[in-house]
Ligand binder design. Sequence first.
Ligand code: AMP
Length: 297
Amino acid sequence: MRIVTSAAAMQRLAQSWQRRGTRIGFVPTMGFLHEGHLSLVRIARKRVGVSGKVVVSIYVNPTQFGPREDLSRYPRDFKRDCRLCRAADVDVIFAPSDAEMYPRWGEATNEPAREDARPTFSTYIVEEKISRAMEGASRPTHFRGVTTVVAKLFNLVLPDVAVFGAKDWQQAAIVKRMVADLNFPLRIIVAPTVRERDGLALSSRNKYLDAAQREQATILHRSIQRARVIVKRKSVSAAKLKADMKRFIATAPLGRLDYVEVFEPTTLAPAAQVSRGTHMALAVFFGKTRLIDNARL
Ligand code: AMP
């Protein structure tokens, strides 16, 4: 397994594979890997075969964090991530620095470039339809950061397939839309959410929870199960279901509901009426930690 930290080196390597007709599978992550990430790696390997290459990127992307979010304390353990990737038969870890990904980021101005000016970073990709609701409403600049970094990573890793988790359903939908709208020549695969035994979706952020919060964090998954039971026999209005969910989530006193939404799974259009097959997503704060989950009902 190779560890590549330079963007140019990653791109040259990917180009050399491409010239030889080697298939490239890609799993973008922010590191602090868990079984959810590793399930994506296994899917990528299956897609490209033993002769293909699997690349995992480990990069805590600053542009997708808001000013009051957890960028500086986001959990990191690069050594452990490397061990897990090696054991999972990953070919390359791409772990660039901020300077590699965003040259002189933050220094971009509208002043005319001086002769001696080194390049600054000032180009972003913005999806304009499905990024506004849910995560986008709570984290206004988040998806701009995600689409921008994912596009950059696609240009550096040149994947034939990239695997994303259903855990971040809106993110996966936006990435798919970007790939279609901007004609990226690759296929996006969305992999099922891996959970703890008690239903909590695996997340690097679960590490922030104390014991009492951890116990109550199952409220997200239990809400989904409850909603499934409610809509199993007959459809209900979105307003009624959401009101029920709010009351139910309040039974976990350490949790504070950020949003619960029901929507059509591809377009993310809000549903007025909820029945089997409608998608539900929710975000709940436990202290400063914000947990998300979603599922088809
Ligand atoms: P992150 O490191 O949190 O940015 O996640 C990297 C990728 O792993 C994203 O595509 C996530 O959707 C995916 N992922 C995160 N948690 C899980 C999980 N519990 N099950 C499956 N995929 C996941």
